[in-house]
Design a protein around this ligand. Structure first.
Ligand code: GRF
Length: 208
């Protein structure tokens, strides 16, 4: 079977994008065919270029949500994209973007706790002893939608937002690649608002 065509949306350094680029080779059932950033000049764009993946900058500034969604969609549709990954994309996509393809998002918290921009900071402020990362299918909400994969890390007494985020990040990379594989293989179904992954032999849904 041909690998699924993946569009990745980014806003910054692009370490999650890099994990996808590194994974999407050989027998992996997906390839990154387009990277879109809403911010010009970010490092993620260099990573894509280094991997030979075409990039587009589409600024969100001064645009209505619906018009922006349509612009993103047009580029990805022209590339024949099957699956979209939001990998550190700091914008909410609207209803006009959803539908017709699975959209995955990676978030540095154990959703539904601590959605939004400051998940790691809020986890520390709250005093949780386990933090983590979540990959989920995007719906119309902010960091909501059926969960595909989660993993946790222990919070240390002296953790700062930076130190905890740095321990969560490798988990994000692993979970995003795992979830993309499962979606690309067509093994994810949504039943009653929940994502059900049909696991292969020796696979586990949860990482920890
Ligand atoms: C990640 O922690 C992601 O979960 C969050 O922003 C960060 C982006 O990192 N939304 P990178 O650009 O993938 O390195």
């Amino acid at each position: 079977m041909n690998p699924k065509r993946v569009g990745v949306l980014v806003s910054g350094r692009g370490s999650n994008l890099q994990a996808l680029l590194d994974a999407c080779v050989g027998e992996f059932p997906a390839r990154v065919v387009r990277v879109i950033s809403n911010i010009p000049g970010v490092y993620a764009l260099e990573r894509a270029a280094a991997a030979g993946v075409p990039t587009t900058v589409i600024s969100h500034r001064g645009k209505e949500r619906a018009a922006y969604d349509a612009e993103l969609r047009a580029v990805l549709e022209a590339d024949g994209v099957d699956i979209v990954c939001l990998a550190g994309f700091m914008r909410v996509v609207g209803a006009g973007f959803l539908g017709g393809w699975p959209v995955l998002n990676v978030h540095p918290a154990l959703l539904p706790a601590f959605p939004g921009m400051h998940g790691v900071r809020q986890a520390i402020e709250y005093g949780v002893v386990q933090a983590g990362a979540t990959v989920h299918l995007v719906d119309a909400g902010v960091d909501t939608g059926p969960i595909l994969a989660q993993g946790s890390v222990a919070v240390k007494a002296d953790d700062t937002e930076e130190s905890l985020a740095a321990r969560i990040l490798p988990l994000e990379h692993k979970l995003l690649v795992q979830a993309l594989r499962q979606v690309a293989e067509g093994r994810v179904v949504v039943r009653g608002g929940r994502a059900v992954v049909e696991l292969g032999v020796g696979e586990r849904r949860w990482w920890g």
